[in-house]
Ligand binder design. Structure first.
Ligand code: NAD
Length: 252
């Protein structure tokens, strides 16, 4: 049986990590070619190895999403390799320092916003320019439940993720008639390496899982499956939304 997104050319940023890596694997399993990108060559190439081991088609391109020249070269690399870019998952992100608003520093604020918000805008800019040239495409930005709710001691992160939803909706409106759909996914507590590390502390584990009505952390591939659907024709009337994939966290 053909995959959900057979033959589509896709990009995942932050694909050396938990959600991005799992998404790259899901996209490849669903038939897409995947340009795996990360600021870490080692982690990104590991992901490419995993995709190929599973029988998929992937290449690595190193890019720091906070740098415009890196991002422009990244989108050009997809087009050079495969001729187009059908689906882009702008997923690279950092949590920033865990600190209250009054104790936060300009350094933490600037870095967190540069990666989590400016990085998403830069990716969208060059992706949209390419999608306009080829007549359409689908973009999925990783926001967070912290883009919908406050996040205690993560003010810069919450501000950036609220901003991701704002630019997602804006781009969706601007390009809706031009066959480019733009959506965001808001993961809840997902069992990626940084979160699993935090959960080694029993108090933190109870606090994190206590927020989850489903009673467990999400699996990274549960985000990847939502991305594959948003890249596919099955979601052809869906644009401008921020979809919680959060085990019910934001229903409370
Ligand atoms: P992760 O740390 O496992 O992976 C993030 C990846 O992004 C890493 O491989 C890292 O090298 C890369 N990266 C960091 N800065 C970069 C930059 N400037 N340019 C390019 N790549 C960069 O994290 P994750 O949990 O998989 O998170 C992925 C996304 O999901 C992030 O945007 C995060 O905010 C979001 N998110 C995660 C959770 C969760 O529970 N894990 C919840 C909500 C949202």
């Amino acid at each position: 049986m053909p995959g959900l997104i057979e033959g589509k050319v896709t990009l995942v940023t932050g694909a050396g990590g938990g959600i991005g890596r799992a998404t790259a694997l899901v996209l490849a399993r669903e038939g897409a070619k995947v340009l795996v990108s990360d600021v870490s060559t080692r982690r990104g190439e590991e992901t490419v190895g995993l995709v190929r081991e599973a029988g998929g088609d992937a290449e690595f391109f190193k890019a720091d999403v906070s740098r415009g020249s890196d991002v422009e070269a990244l989108i050009a690399a997809a087009v050079t390799k495969w001729g187009r870019l059908d689906g882009a998952h702008n997923n690279a992100g950092i949590s920033g320092q865990i600190v209250g608003v009054a104790e936060d520093t300009e350094e933490n604020w600037d870095r967190t916003l540069a990666v989590d918000l400016k990085g998403v805008w830069l990716c969208m800019k060059y992706e949209i320019l390419q999608m306009l040239r080829q007549g359409g495409g689908s973009i999925v930005n990783t926001a967070s439940t912290a883009g919908l709710l406050g996040a205690v001691r993560m003010g810069a992160y919450a501000a950036a993720k609220h901003g991701v939803i704002g630019i997602t909706k804006t781009a969706a409106l601007e390009y809706a008639r031009l066959n480019i759909r733009v959506n965001a996914i808001c993961p809840g507590v997902i069992g990626t390496p940084p979160i699993l590390h935090w959960m080694e502390n029993p108090k933190t584990r109870d606090a994190l899982l206590g927020q989850e009505p489903i009673g467990r952390a999400g699996r990274p591939e549960e985000i990847g499956q939502a991305v594959a659907w948003l890249f596919s024709e099955a979601s052809s009337f869906v644009t401008g939304v921020a979809i919680p994939v959060d085990g019910g966290l934001t229903a409370q």
